[in-house]
Design a protein around this ligand. Structure first.
Ligand code: ADP
Ligand code: MG
Length: 634
């Protein structure tokens, strides 16, 4: 018999399972039951349109059999089964498991997180078993097969005997060790508890023969003689799960705990959800939905591996695991499910996309999410800020993308860090707090709050007592551009040329100084030819000697972001070097200019320009020249 090797990454996962120190090893049962339920779902689905299946809904079941003598635990189902090829593909290659993607190296800490955060599927059996045997017969096939493996060394597939379609998974449990007790998984009470805990809402009955004992009938004589009772054992088939889907129950029957528990079990997220909503929509189409806002972003959330979507059921039958059309991208973090009786069961994925009913449901779900978020923002700010930390970026992308098509819907969900106490504020709060003479909503964009706090360009704005929004995410400034204005107040970058701050006296003064120093500014400009479009005296600087501002549409921060993207076309912001006429450097430059030393003036220009770049967090164009210049002028 040929022993086959696992595919490389399957081997790694298997290895991880075998050596797992994960404390919730018990989840293996949940995984196997859920696989069984999935398999039954598939055959049940078929049975609705295909009489040949010959089974009614009530005939489907998952059976658990524990045998302490042989130390085996068997999970059987009468679902769709697997062909030889499917056995090979599904159990030999874990890449076929939708629930697992390799991200981390083989470090135990992280392994545990992976196991905790996902269902890792079939291989989790190896956390508790030394040998796993799968006997399966695919529906419609007349041959059965047996898959067997003792772990990383590989597996075998042989022909087998099995009467009906379905699958049996037989685990030979590991021996107990000092730290680990595997025998307990053969205990009927433990098994009952686990099914209740993890698989209570599985739609098909999970059955087990449970043994009880009862007192034997006593004869009158024995009773008279007050003989002690004798007990006898008997077995009874019990259904261990309650089956009724949570979302079909009445809201009044359900407690917060039930919803949270359901979430953990269904979405394998051990962090509590921030919020949930149970929607019962009686309109047309009628539907039930359970929606959750997770407490944290899954580790792949901001990668292209992340798949958004809600589970879609048609009257309790799962049609699709991740129906992407039910969620707009900006709410892609929402987890949950939708169950509608008005959706046809036989709908294909392609047709679903064009289904009118589905579109109506999606619209209504979007409204629910949006109003739940707004409610949270209003009533539970702390929680909302937690939400914002996890998923704010996604909302911002939403406001910016599709040419701002959804900006109106999303703008009131946005939060930005304010220069006032560095707390998060909404745009509405900003505008409400605006000073009477304030024309614009000011913002500064850069890598970090610390840096922005020290940005020379903010001096004048702050001096006027205006609040500034600190933007530190790459997408932020693009969001501002897309929004353009909020409640008729335009957004303005603090380094743009027009800040809308009037100070006629100062302006006059600077104008006069500029006239005095035309030559100087010209020489400086010439020295920085190609780098800046002009050199001016600054109206916005208070204490800093120089800064760079920009003319036109592209700011320095946008230049940085755009140029970091993979594209051949590089953009360049139109830079203006501003010199503070109140700083002593101005006097120095002026004196140099008056003395006619334009060569030295040119060197100063380069120094000051580079210094301004440094403050902005931009790359220095020529570090060697800069360093040489410093030494020379020292
Ligand atoms: P997932 O359930 O996320 O797809 P698993 O590792 O749990 O990943 O299972 C891998 C695959 O093996 C399943 O997708 C399914 O095709 C197949 N499988 C597992 N258990 C059964 C079963 N009891 N009946 C039929 N197919 C099964
Ligand atoms: Mg599975």
């Amino acid at each position: 018999m040929e022993t086959k090797q696992f595919k490389a990454e399957s081997k790694r996962l298997l290895d991880m399972m075998i050596h797992s120190i994960y404390t919730h090893k018990e989840i293996f049962l949940r995984e196997l039951i859920s696989n069984a339920s999935d398999a039954i779902d598939k055959l049940y689905f078929k049975s609705l349109t295909d009489d040949k299946v010959g089974l009614n809904k009530d005939d489907f079941a998952i059976w658990i059999t524990a045998d302490k003598d042989s130390r085996t635990l068997k999970i059987s189902d009468n679902g769709i089964g697997m062909t030889e090829e499917e056995l090979e593909n599904n159990l030999g290659t874990i890449a076929n498991s939708g629930s697992f993607k390799f991200k981390n190296e083989n470090k135990l800490e992280e392994d545990n997180q992976i196991i905790g955060q996902f269902g890792v599927g079939f291989y989790s059996a190896f956390m508790v078993a030394k040998k796993v045997t799968v006997i399966t017969k695919a529906y419609g096939s007349d041959k059965a097969y047996q898959w067997e493996s003792e772990g990383v060394d590989g597996y075998t597939i042989t022909e087998a005997e099995k009467a009906n379609a379905g699958t049996e998974i037989i685990l030979e449990m590991l021996d107990d060790t000092e730290d680990e007790n595997y025998t307990e998984f053969l205990d009927q009470y433990r098994i009952k508890g686990l099914v209740k805990k993890y698989s209570d809402y599985i739609r098909f009955p999970v059955k087990m023969e449970v043994s009880h004992s009862r007192p034997k009938e006593q004869s009158e004589e024995d009773k008279e003689a007050k003989k002690p009772l004798e007990y006898e054992d008997y077995v009874e088939v019990e259904t261990l799960n309650s089956m009724v889907p949570l979302w079909k129950k009445n809201k009044s029957e359900l407690k917060e705990e039930d919803y949270k528990h359901f979430y953990t079990e269904k979405f394998y997220d051990y962090t509590e959800p921030l919020k949930y909503a149970h929607v019962k929509n009686e309109g047309v189409p009628s539907y039930n939905a359970l929606l959750y806002i997770p407490g944290r972003a899954p580790f792949d959330f901001y990668s292209k591996d992340y798949e958004k979507g809600l589970q879609l059921y048609s009257n309790g039958v799962l049609i699709m695991d991740k129906c992407a059309d039910l969620l707009p991208d900006y709410f892609s973090f929402v987890k949950g499910l939708v169950d509608s009786e008005d959706l046809s069961l036989n709908i294909s994925r392609e047709m679903l996309q064009h289904d009118r009913q589905l579109k109506v449901i999606a619209k209504s779900i979007e409204k629910t999410i949006s109003s739940e978020l707004k409610k949270m923002l209003k009533k539970d700010r702390e929680k909302y800020e937690e939400f914002w930390k996890a998923f704010g970026l996604q909302i911002k992308y939403g406001a910016y993308s599709d040419y701002g098509m959804n900006k109106e819907k999303l703008q009131d969900l946005l939060l930005f860090t304010s220069s006032n106490e560095k707390k998060l504020v909404t745009l509405d709060e900003y505008v409400t707090g605006m000073r009477e003479d304030q024309k614009y909503i000011y913002y500064a964009a850069g890598d970090s709050i610390e840096r922005l706090e020290q940005l020379p360009q903010t001096e004048l704005v702050k001096d006027n007592g205006y609040e500034i929004l600190y933007l530190t995410d790459k997408v932020d400034e693009f969001v501002m551009r897309t929004l353009h204005s909020y409640k008729e107040k335009e957004f303005r970058n603090v380094s743009s040329d027009d800040l809308g701050i009037e100070n006629t006296e100062k302006q006059e003064e600077i104008k006069a100084k500029e006239e005095e120093s035309t030559d100087m500014l010209k020489t400086l400009g010439e020295a920085l030819e190609g780098k800046v479009s002009k050199v001016v005296l600054s109206q916005r600087l208070k204490t800093h000697p120089v800064c760079i501002s920009t003319e036109g549409d592209i700011t320095l921060e946008m230049e940085k972001v755009l140029n970091s993207m993979p594209s051949d076309q590089k953009v360049k912001a139109q830079r203006v070097l501003e010199i503070n006429p109140e700083h002593e450097i101005y006097g120095k430059l002026k004196a140099l200019s008056d003395s006619g030393d334009s060569e030295k003036l040119g060197k100063y220009a380069k120094l000051l320009y580079t210094q301004a770049l440094l403050i902005e967090g931009m790359d220095i164009e020529n570090p060697v020249e800069f360093s040489n210049l410093i030494c020379e002028l020292m």
